[in-house]
Ligand binder design. Structure first.
Ligand code: PLP
Ligand code: COI
Length: 338
């Protein structure tokens, strides 16, 4: 067995045993791929990904149910999103169905690293990038698809407790017609400075406004944004510069179907969020994380006395219940890995 203290897992890199790797030529003829020992890879200093950032990734989780099954949540959705992200960056897409097979093979090859029930998850990180050498700015002559995994606990140190966020005005995450809707590696490089500044002031993460009007909420550093105003669940509409989260999509459906709520996907002026009765953010890593307050220009707006709100709690229980196969999954969102 592996030597890991499951009670102390955070969101940190830990090497595991195996990874999946497949390579393609410029036209995207991916080889069959195989599970190999986890380890470093060799790249030319002229690799397109190193020079021009031609790379995309995904994030998903495998976890154990109470009776020990290994489950994935909507893996084909991640495969489809990786295809869309790849197409935006001129990367020949990896077939979404094969993506799911590769993910399952990698999870099974690292079974011992899946935390026990309720102790965390096995975070799955598929990456796809231009690995060929090139000098002029053009698509890579070769591509590499890798899936590796890392056991993780909560993404925010607060766990399922309200976090403090700050709306920032000096930086944007993405621009109209840019790469914001793709899970492009460069989007995250650009968020490092604003993320660091915000965290140095004691906030968990930054909230971005739209780049055109500097008025509407886009998303949180690594999660989508939701708030409840006058009993309606609001979330920014997908404008093309927001990442279309799979958790976001699932939460919208659960709120409508199971809580009978009105959900509006719309442009949300930042001032409107100050009136929220509760707010939360969603993501694979973040799951559903309650937002206790939002600070804008030094003024803090507190939601629900900094306590987890009733809608947030119900949606969390529903989502996590389905993910752990403890609530009837009428949507067939959960896949058992065998
Ligand atoms: N927005 C950003 C910028 C993200 O990095 C993520 C995480 O993947 C999300 C939103 C949430 O997406 P998902 O729910 O598919 O994990
Ligand atoms: C995820 O939620 O999977 C993310 O990608 C967020 C972050 C760790 C990049």
């Amino acid at each position: 067995m592996v030597d890991i203290n499951w009670d102390e897992l955070g969101f940190d890199f830990i090497p595991t045993d195996k990874m999946f790797i497949s390579k393609a030529d410029a036209s995207g003829n991916y080889d069959e791929g195989k599970v190999v020992p986890f380890g470093n890879i060799e790249l030319s200093p002229a690799a397109c990904v190193l020079n021009y950032g031609q790379g995309v990734f995904e994030g998903m989780k495998a976890q154990r149910t109470k009776d020990g099954k290994i489950v994935l949540f909507r893996p084909l959705e991640n495969g489809k999103r990786m295809k869309e992200s790849a197409e935006r960056l001129a990367i020949p897409p990896y077939d979404p169905e094969k993506f799911v097979e590769a993910v399952k093979a990698t999870v099974l090859a690292n079974k011992d690293y899946i935390p026990p029930y309720k102790k965390g998850s096995l975070y799955i990180r598929p990456i796809l990038f231009g690995s060929g050498a090139i000098l002029g700015v053009a698509p890579s002559p070769e591509y590499t698809f890798i899936v590796f995994v890392v056991p993780v606990g909560p993404y925010y140190k607060e766990g399922f407790n309200p976090i403090k966020l700050e709306i920032i005005k000096n930086y944007h995450r993405a621009a109209p017609k840019g790469t914001g809707a793709a899970k492009a590696i460069g989007n995250y490089a650009g968020s490092l400075v604003p993320g660091k500044l915000t965290k140095s002031k004691g906030f968990a993460q930054e909230v971005y406004l739209d780049a055109k009007n500097e008025k509407y909420i886009e998303e949180v550093g690594t999660a989508n944004f939701f708030c409840v105003v006058d009993g309606v669940l609001l979330t920014p509409r997908l404008t093309g510069s927001i990442l279309p989260g799979i958790t976001r999509k699932s939460v919208i459906q659960l709120a409508k179907d199971k809580l009978g709520m009105t959900v509006e996907e719309k442009d949300i002026p930042y001032e409107e969020t100050f009136k929220s009765s509760e707010a939360f953010c969603t993501g694979t890593a973040a799951v559903i994380t309650p937002i206790g307050s939002i600070t804008f220009e030094e003024k803090e707006y507190i939601f629900n006395d900094f306590k987890v709100g009733p809608v947030t709690q119900k949606l969390y229980d529903l989502l996590v219940g389905i993910q752990r196969m403890e609530i009837d999954d009428s949507y067939n969102w959960v896949e058992v890995v065998k």
